[in-house]
Ligand binder design. Sequence first.
Ligand code: SF4
Length: 218
Amino acid sequence: MNAAIKEIFESIQGEGILIGTKQVFVRFANCNLNCNYCDTDFSNENCMELNEEELFDKIKKFNSESVALTGGEPLLSSDFIRSFLLKYKKYLNKEFLLETNGTMYEKLSEVIDLIDIVSMDIKLKSATCEENLFDINDKFLNLAKGKVFIKVVFNSDIQDSEIEQVSSLALKYSSPLVLQPVSPIDTSIPFIEIYDKFYSKYSDVRLIPQIHPFLKVR
Ligand code: SF4
């Protein structure tokens, strides 16, 4: 089995709960969404077609203790991910983080037993210009509970109704919640006011901007 992979590299995690830790990043091609703020080239042009053994050979050269499966949307390659992890996870002795847009819950069910931690975005209409998908996010969280933290990219257009929906999902599944201002950061966003609105509904919430731009790393 092959997967379309844009790039494999080692860097410092720039987002979420694992921010600042060294990881290997495996960036899969293709995505099922089209977020307004997307800065990722996820097209399947100029990518590698790798089989499981070839991916194993590339990952094992790095000494990071953790691997981020990212994209695009890596769950579009769930068959490959399952096959790869079944064959090679035990030889790598690394933790596997899945970075996902939180929409493909059927695909998640195929791999969740092999994944150690899930970074799940809840995509807000106010930031993505796509529809809110809270019912689908709910199904996704139900499968990922116990292994998942939620990440929300927001801007100054965030709606109180979105804060309500996200907070109630985080509370329902006891999931840590990371608020990430859209990059590049607009300093006119009322960060603390927005943070406090979330905090009044759910206290396990962190305000963490992306650190890649400051570190000048990918
Ligand atoms: S889900 Fe991620 S990769 Fe896909 S369009 Fe949105 S920001 Fe880009």
